[in-house]
Design a protein around this ligand. Sequence first.
Ligand code: AMP
Length: 415
Amino acid sequence: MHDILPIDYKYYEKVLETGKEVAEFYNFQRIETPILEMSELFEKGTGETTDIVQKQMYSLKTRGGDALTLRPEGTPPAVRLYLEHGMFNYPQPVKLWYYGPFFRYEKPQAGRYRQFWQMGLEVIGEKNSIIDAQTIQIYYNILKELKLNNLIVEVNCIGDQLCRPHYRKTLASYLRSKDSNLCADCKRRIKENPLRILDCKDEKCQAVKAHAPQMIDHLCEECKHHFKEVLEYLDEIGLPYRLNPYLVRGLDYYTRTVFEIFQEGKEGQAQTALGGGGRYDYLIKLLGGKETPAMGGSLGVDRVVQAMKEAQITMDNEKKVKVFLAQLGYLGKKKSLKLFEDLRRANIQVGESFDRDSLKSQLKIADKYGAQLTLFLGQKEALEGTVLIRNMETGRQETVKLENAVVEIKKRLKK
Ligand code: AMP
């Protein structure tokens, strides 16, 4: 888990602002779910056999005996919210977005944290393939708006309840025949979740994967048709994508379309995906609702920030100090505190250094800020009820009445 320092916070804010702008353009509405949920939600929703549930959850028992988990991902909580608040009665689809911290017990390494931030979008109640394409496009647009280049979307279709069980069997029987060439984790996965082997990054498993039967050749007619349409929509909007038959994503609830977004050259490594998601047509029913199709995904904000920094994208959202307020002596300080508040009310960005007593050191700070005007309020000015305004460019100095200070400063400020 890591701290976010001011220098990085600007990037996090930029991602949030951009994500919000884009999501709102597409009529998504923001939600917030609690950071703690009943463990059961993820055991059921994310899936008992997934790495997240088996190895990565931070879980605890309350004094009352409830089993709770720090949310490792956002989709099951969003679906819980949809069901709990009767959103199935709203006009469908319901489009929701969220931003916040998520928690997974991971081996910490670059791009993998135990507390990380995600921005997620969920479209609940629509099965049409156009939604799959548009959801992918929204993530792509957010990254583009953030000025990230060389983006590539990887897509795959992992079938549905009709065709996947059959493929699972075919794959499992192929894998059993290659059992001795698999890593220890994958040996276990053959029985529990053979599709996950396609996702394994272990050297040992690569050769086995290369010859494995592919889902795309085992899709039922409906899935094939749905996927064909998704790709045609992506072609139509000119989105750069690549088919990746090994992309299965780690979670049980995905059906049909799955995707991940990378920067070209960095794809294929586990901790470089900037975001990902997919369709989850059975999750709502699994969590107690009616059968309801849905599509969603999330951006890994920490990784997006990292990519922005690597691309040397600079943040210039610091408020520019236009006026610096320098003071001398106790009386000067007293009047300055009041003037400072007057300037705040007038919405003039003002810098100060109330803790300094030397005029020289205060002027140095004014210079560093690049202030247009510096105000002086010393013992003499305080007694006379005036303030001295110095134009930092021309060096010209004028004394004005304290009660007119705000108006006089405004007159002298360049826009
Ligand atoms: P996932 O649904 O697990 O693929 O997560 C979606 C996105 O969140 C990923 O593409 C990553 O960008 C990001 N992400 C997932 N896990 C972590 C982590 N442990 N640390 C940082 N970012 C993560």
